[in-house]
Design a protein around this ligand. Structure first.
Ligand SMILES: [Fe+2]
Length: 296
């Protein structure tokens, strides 16, 4: 059977493409190879109307590599079907709100994630888009002085730090292994291993392009005082996450996306939190050869 020719429609940004008319659960290896090449080129692929089952999502994510974790719900719906109270107390709501800051996934772990498959099951009537931002294009858009300034700098990355900034005091062990007893994503990342240190400018292991590696988990650039470091990191995020380097995906139920976490940052955005929102996240593991944290 001949492999499918991909109908790739570039998004109106420096990255990203929409691929309709493809059923992800039934693509052959040749088609997947083309899809993987498109993923490296575009950084984000959007596939409307997939309605994958949980097992199908895990199987699709595995085609990109080993998984850091198979599937986690990013959801404000409780076991009894009611919506979690937006009362500044609920631990999972605090994590969902923390995710509204721009970030790369798992930079606070020993190995940064390669990417993620993310799907929508229940979407609110408005809001709740996921934003993506292109850190390769951002690096290339920096002026020469700033490029020189950031080259060679290293920052610490910690989920304790990023959650504390949104008023959430994360505690080791407070969330078991990081998922609640129904597999919901809660405090994954509150670990007692060494604090990761990562370069601000990183070369993509598969494309060779340089990108900024910044976002909400980054703090305390080595050799700078905390204030200076905070100011520089904030300035870089502010500059980087602007059109045409951003795209916000407004979800329809059944949509699937897969992004390259080595290149893109992402963010959740607000929605009326009395409305249910249920998303499923499969995290593709980074290669320890290229995505491991540096030693401080
Ligand atoms: Fe994330």
């Amino acid at each position: 059977m001949p492999s499918t020719k991909l109908q790739i429609e570039a998004l109106d940004a420096t990255f990203g493409a929409r691929i309709a008319d493809l059923t992800l659960t039934s693509i052959d290896d040749d088609t997947f190879a083309k899809l993987y090449a498109a993923w490296l080129e575009y950084g984000l692929l959007v596939f409307p109307g997939q309605f994958m089952s949980r097992a199908e999502q895990i199987a699709f994510a595995r085609r990109f590599g080993a998984l850091e974790f198979e599937l986690a719900a990013l959801s404000n719906v409780q076991e009894d079907g009611t919506v979690r109270p937006d009362d500044n107390e609920d631990e999972i709501i605090k994590v969902l709100k923390g995710n509204m800051g721009w970030h790369h996934d798992s930079t606070y772990m020993a190995v940064q994630a390669k990417g993620a498959v993310f799907t929508a099951e229940v979407v609110p009537t408005r809001g709740g888009a996921t934003g993506f931002a292109d850190m390769a294009a951002a690096y290339e858009a920096l002026d020469a002085t700033t490029r020189t300034r950031v080259e060679g700098l290293r920052a610490h990355h910690s989920l304790y730090h990023s959650q504390a900034k949104v008023g959430h005091v994360g505690q080791l062990g407070s969330h078991g292994v990081g998922f609640d007893n129904k597999g919901g994503y809660s405090g994954y990342g509150f670990h007692d291993g060494p604090v990761s240190v990562r370069p601000l400018v990183k070369t993509h292991p598969e494309t060779g392009r340089k990108n900024l590696l910044i976002g909400r988990h980054a703090y305390d650039i080595v050799g700078m005082d905390a204030e200076q470091s905070e100011a520089l990191l904030a300035e870089l995020v502010e500059f980087a996450c602007q059109p045409p380097r951003t795209y916000h995906h407004q979800w329809q139920s059944g949509d699937a996306v897969v992004w390259d976490n080595r290149r893109l940052m992402h963010q959740a955005t607000p929605w009326p939190m009395e409305q249910p929102r249920v998303m499923w996240h499969s995290r593709i593991a980074g290669d320890p050869v290229t995505e491991a944290a540096l030693t401080a």
